[in-house]
Design a protein around this ligand. Structure first.
Ligand code: G3H
Ligand code: 13P
Ligand code: ZN
Length: 328
């Protein structure tokens, strides 16, 4: 059944687990996640970015989700707007059947320039007022994601801030977080704690202290009833990178967020963990592999089947690692 993010994450908090929020753009990705959920008996969060909604079309997307709910009636499903940038985006998501929206007011409406606290509070509180009246949950964001190594924004991915950010902009301040939640009443809060979107997160092998764990603890201590969200949580596994390169993919040396650190975050209040890059890499690598080994093949299903299987495998693995397996 379709449920709200608040319903799912309250259950996750009571039972001390985290839930992966996987991005979806098409049929095969929805199928991969639902099959992984069925196999591991997991509740799921399917999330669509603005880019996904324009790529797929809202009507197709709505029917894909409704199809998933009909086909897997035993699995709780949250349909979430990822990185909404305006009231209009959040309202149109709600009209199209989403049960949860992210109002990302950490950036201005252009989704590139950091906003100020007052702007973020106002727009987020406005969305919460309307969404809550309809039983829809809201995720806000305080702090900008980007690289702590370089202070750089997220140019590589074409979204996020492109300039240089100060250390304080890159890490969420616990006191400000408490104030933000009090003023906006968000159900979930995305925090900046050392992660960034895309494949290029860290240039060195993580040392076990990649995330600002003390900050997560402190924010959770002040906000025990607000579910914390980790964006940019792909692990960009080295073996998957090697496979991608083996079949002609180009990727500079890079490291993602170690799963063990995400698990430590879950012990300290992190409930929603956003993963997109790992699935993109898994699917594309499977397609590259088939293209390389079967140059005469042109039945698209022959490419999409291993791609879907690769994503399913990765999703099932994360579901077990984050603890949502067995919780449906
Ligand atoms: O946060 C971004 C997600 O990875 C979705 O990316 O905006 O390219 O669909 P996208
Ligand atoms: P990754 O790029 O690390 O997969 O993060 C995805 C994300 O945060 C979507 O909102
Ligand atoms: Zn994100």
């Amino acid at each position: 059944a379709l449920i709200s993010l608040r319903q799912l994450l309250d259950h996750a908090a009571e039972n001390n687990y985290g839930v992966a929020a996987f991005n979806v753009n098409n049929l095969e990705q929805v199928q991969a996640i639902m099959e992984a959920a069925k196999e591991t008996n997991s509740p799921v969060i399917l999330q669509a970015s603005r880019g996904a909604r324009s790529y797929t079309n809202d009507i197709f997307l709505r029917h894909l989700i409704l199809g998933a709910v009909e086909l897997y009636p035993e699995i709780p499903v949250v349909m979430h707007q990822d990185h909404g940038n305006s009231m209009q985006t959040c309202l149109s998501a709600i009209r199209n059947g989403f049960t949860s929206v992210m109002m990302d007011g950490s950036l201005k409406e252009d989704a590139k320039t950091p906003s100020d606290f007052e702007y973020n509070v106002k727009i987020t509180a406005d969305v919460v007022r309307i969404a809550h009246a309809m039983g829809i949950s809201v995720e806000g964001e305080l702090g900008c994601l980007g690289s702590l190594e370089t202070g750089k924004g997220e140019k590589e991915d074409g979204h996020g801030f492109e300039g240089t950010l100060s250390h304080s902009q890159l890490l969420t301040d616990p006191q400000e977080a408490a104030q933000f939640v009090e003023l906006t009443k968000v159900d979930a809060l995305a925090i900046a704690i050392g992660t960034s979107h895309g494949a290029y997160k860290f240039t060195k092998k993580p040392d076990g202290k990649t995330l600002a764990m003390d900050r997560i603890r402190e924010i959770h201590r002040r906000l025990p009833n607000t579910h914390l969200v980790m964006h940019g949580s792909s692990s960009v596994p080295q073996d998957l990178q090697a496979e991608f390169r083996k079949y002609g993919g180009e990727m500079k040396e890079t490291w993602g967020v170690p799963v063990e650190e995400i698990q430590e975050g879950i012990k300290n209040g992190v409930r929603k963990i956003n993963v997109d890059t790992d699935n993109r890499l898994a699917m594309t690598t499977a397609i590259r592999k088939l293209l390389a080994s079967n140059p005469s093949e042109f039945d698209l299903r022959k490419f999409m089947t291993p791609a879907r299987d690769a994503m399913k495998k990765l999703c099932a693995q994360r579901m077990v690692e984050f603890g949502q397996a067995g919780q449906a």
